[in-house]
Design a protein around this ligand. Sequence first.
Ligand SMILES: N[C@@H](CCC(=O)N[C@@H](CS)C(=O)NCC(=O)O)C(=O)O
Length: 246
Amino acid sequence: MAGGVSIQWVWGNLISSSHHSRPGAREKTLYTYPDNWRAYKPLIAAQYSGFPITVASSAPEFQFGVTNKTPEFLKKFPLGKVPAFEGNDGFCLFESSAIAHYVGNEDLRGSSRLDQAQVLQWVSFADNHIVPPASAWVFPTLGIMQFNKQATEQAKEEVKLILATLDAHLKTRTFLVGERITLADVAVTCSLLWLYKQVLDPSFRQPFGNVTRWFVTCVNQPQFRAVLGEVKLCDKMAQFDGEFLS
Ligand SMILES: N[C@@H](CCC(=O)N[C@@H](CS)C(=O)NCC(=O)O)C(=O)O
């Protein structure tokens, strides 16, 4: 894999083999909790660029809900949210899409000003239009949000609109912007990940064949697979199982 960084889970930590660092040297670190889809964006971008990055996702390096509440963490990242990036020179960055932009390469950012604007368009589309309904629909099925029938039904309608928008765009295109993968594909794929894994069953996704074709193409790129592993599309729409893990 060209420029790829090999990463693996060790004791709950997804670590990269950091080719450029000396033993004992401070690493470029991504703080997150394990399996955070937002953290996948910078990790996939790093696969494309070869940016060496170490993931801190379990104690003692980082414990979600504990470390991110400490004054030391909040001094670096005032919102206390993850993923959060710290360079080995003390440079700190929050917001997963910004971190992906930073650790990625020029190809991922788009080759012309026009392409770059379109990349930004789709990254913003993912954050503002996909994540809210995806969370409203999927989180209750995972037991991490209270179920509300009306909110779920509304979210389903919003997801249909999003998928229709993407489907029309992808009818004549392989990727969202230009001829190759950009951060647009990384961001939109990651924001659709839980939908495809959890609730977009064959009948729901049937009218949006171009989106599914593109999604499957993206998640099967070696750089995506190195981070996501094999992505299995949902067979049966997950439902709220009546248990809310507060
Ligand atoms: N827009 C931000 C969202 C970050 C975010 O909301 N992170 C959540 C976990 S997915 C968090 O750290 N929450 C901790 C808290 O709110 O205390 C991004 O994409 O990085």
